[in-house]
Design a protein around this ligand. Structure first.
Ligand code: DGT
Ligand code: CA
Ligand code: CA
Ligand code: ZN
Length: 576
């Protein structure tokens, strides 16, 4: 069982205990532990297996959670969790998360009225069956109905670039409103998270009413959710995706931006730091506890400076290591998109791409790249028309013939995305791989094999002297398919031993390696290659998603091999 799954179990346990009105400190202990484990670079299993180390020593974990982690890894579950799952139906937990309901009220509805799903809850409200309960009224019913709309929508997160495009469109619309002095997107969009639950826009405007009216009139808007007061309004676009607008004062803008950028955990940590210095930080500014005097908040830098810290880039604000780094003035100089010089994973119409080698090369030049590798699928991926040695050598000949045309503008590497076979071993013979400039190795089939099998297959690929890099190393598809079972610690150790690269695939559905693992790779000195895996010229435009993920992992340009000159990356003169 990997760290993410252990964290999921602890979070579920916290939700269930909260519903049972358990001691809030215990509930919090599980949540803190889940957060700590989710953000751990090494696997919990490896730490437990190491007799020299004690999982209980790690911050946020402790003896109880260490013991439960051991049981989870050994048995796949916890007796306590199994028992609670029987007592509390799944739908009831969803009710706990409905804004305005909470664990206490949800428990009453479940016990007194037998409601155990969001659908049942809506029906009971509409039939007026809830107002009869002690502590409930017609007003609660209306509030729950409102909350239900939000809860149903809030399950649907979108990939980051979808949110980015929507934000840009709304931004253009808002530019048509007079008297807007400042405007910035906050929340998970600004932190560059993989998925975004809703959008948070902050605006300073001469005329608040006018700005809110303009926002409500966004043409693609399907519903105005709430215009509670004179400072906030939310709309829904498309299928219930929510966009919040908040109007703030100019001198509060930095404090508001800091607050609404989050994450919540980062903000909690920052406020704790402020308290220890006799300060109070909220969305309106920084204040002295003693006399309430305001000491800053016009800019974000002012907010951080008030507690003696440099400004922290939004992508790092997850309460991982950013405070430790900031205190020591060791914040990494995060990678930017223009540092990327090459893209070493892309497909053409020879396999499942849509464009020719020349079209991909031209598109790469337009995007400022200096080198690319053409990496079509190998023969095992028959449904993508994967290449056998003959077709691959033909393609490489075509690349050699194209090279003079691109001389001085772009180097085209003869590459391949070679499958790692189910039984182990590479899909193409060594003599063929030996002729390539760049070999990616991927697991596409047999993803349901055991952890041992999949790990062995990948270790085998890393041992092969012709393989340069493991593509999308965990195989996850965000929101659609879990990562395959693999011992990433072992994979990383082997990558170090054989001097291989690991990919960070920029496809918004993959983002694989994900941030925590990319950070661990950096710690071990494994160079990361950020690729697009483009299947068309436009496919090259997903690069910013990979950059976000790399920044969230704290990577600098030096940590990312495709910012390097090609000679350094290949360890030999570049082909021409
Ligand atoms: P999302 O929308 O689920 O992708 O994630 P965020 O981070 O954008 O979350 P959202 O939209 O609920 O809130 C935006 C930020 O506002 C959040 O990152 C931190 C701040 N914030 C919101 N509610 C709270 C709260 O109850 N406590 C604290 N400390 N911060 C909050
Ligand atoms: Ca948000
Ligand atoms: Ca929000
Ligand atoms: Zn590919």
């Amino acid at each position: 069982m990997d760290n993410a799954k252990i964290a999921d179990r602890f979070e579920e346990l916290a939700d269930l205990l909260e519903f049972q009105a358990e001691n809030p400190f215990r509930v919090r202990a599980y949540r803190t532990g889940a957060h700590a484990i989710r953000d751990l670079g090494e696997s919990v299993a490896a730490i437990l297996a190491d007799p020299e180390r004690d999982l209980a020593d790690l911050p946020g974990i402790g003896a109880t959670l260490a013991e439960k982690s051991r049981v989870l890894i050994e048995t796949g579950t916890l007796p306590q969790l199994e028992k609670l799952r029987l007592e509390v139906p799944e739908g009831v937990l969803a009710m706990v998360r409905v804004p305005g309901l909470g664990p206490k009220k949800a428990a009453a509805l479940f016990r007194e009225l037998g409601i155990e799903s969001l659908a049942g809850l809506r029906q009971a409200c509409e039939q007026g069956r809830i107002r009869s309960l002690k502590g409930f009224s017609t007003k609660t019913e209306a509030m729950i109905l409102d909350g239900l709309g939000i809860a149903e929508a809030s399950g649907k997160r979108v990939y980051w670039p979808t949110a980015r495009r929507l934000a840009d469109a709304i931004g253009r619309h808002m530019n048509g409103c007079d008297g807007i002095r400042k405007m910035e997107w906050a929340g998970s969009l600004r932190r560059g998270r993989e998925t975004v639950g809703d959008l948070d826009l902050l605006v300073v405007a001469d005329d608040r009413e006018a700005a809110m009216d303009h926002f409500e009139n966004y043409p693609e808007q399907t519903q105005v959710v709430a215009r509670g007061d004179e400072k906030k309004v939310s709309i829904r676009v498309g299928k219930a995706f929510q966009v919040d607008l908040r109007l703030v004062e100019e001198h509060e803008f930095g404090a508001a931006l800091q607050y609404f950028t989050g994450s919540k955990e980062h903000n909690v940590h920052l406020r704790r730091l402020a308290q220890s210095k006799g300060l109070k930080i909220n969305e309106y500014g920084v204040f002295r506890e003693a006399d309430g005097e305001r000491v800053g908040g016009a800019t974000e830098a002012e907010v951080y400076a008030a507690v003696g810290l440099p400004w922290i880039p939004p992508e790092l604000r997850e309460d991982r290591q950013e405070f430790e780094w900031a205190v020591a003035d060791r914040l990494p100089d995060l990678l930017t998109v223009d540092a990327i010089r090459g893209d070493l994973h892309m497909h053409t119409s020879a396999s499942d791409g849509t464009a020719t080698i020349r079209e991909m090369a031209e598109a790469a030049i337009e995007r400022g790249l200096r080198y690319i590798a053409i990496t079509d699928h190998s023969r095992r991926v028959a449904m993508a028309n994967g290449l056998d040695p003959d077709r691959l050598r033909e393609q490489w000949e075509a690349i050699e013939q194209l090279r003079p045309e691109f001389e001085g503008r772009l180097t085209i590497l003869k590459g391949i995305e070679c499958d790692i076979l189910e039984a182990g071993g590479m899909d193409l013979p060594d003599d063929c791989l030996a002729e390539a400039d760049w070999v990616l190795a991927s697991v596409h089939y047999g993803q349901r094999q055991s952890r041992e099998q999949i790990t062995e297959r990948i270790l085998g690929a890393l041992e092969n002297p012709h393989v340069d890099c493991i593509a999308h190393p965990t195989g996850r598809l965000i929101g659609r398919r879990e990562a395959y079972e693999v011992d990433l610690d072992a994979v990383m150790r082997a990558a170090v031993e054989y001097g291989k690269f690991l990919e960070l695939n920029s496809n918004p559905a993959r983002l694989d390696l994900h941030d925590v693992h990319a950070a661990e790779a950096k710690r071990l000195g494994i160079p990361i290659v950020i690729n697009t895996d483009a299947h068309s010229p436009d496919g090259l435009d997903v690069l910013p998603c990979g950059i976000n993920q790399a920044r969230r992992a704290g990577l600098t340009a030096a940590d990312v091999a495709n910012t390097w000159p090609l000679e350094k990356l290949l360890g030999r003169p570049a082909p021409s």
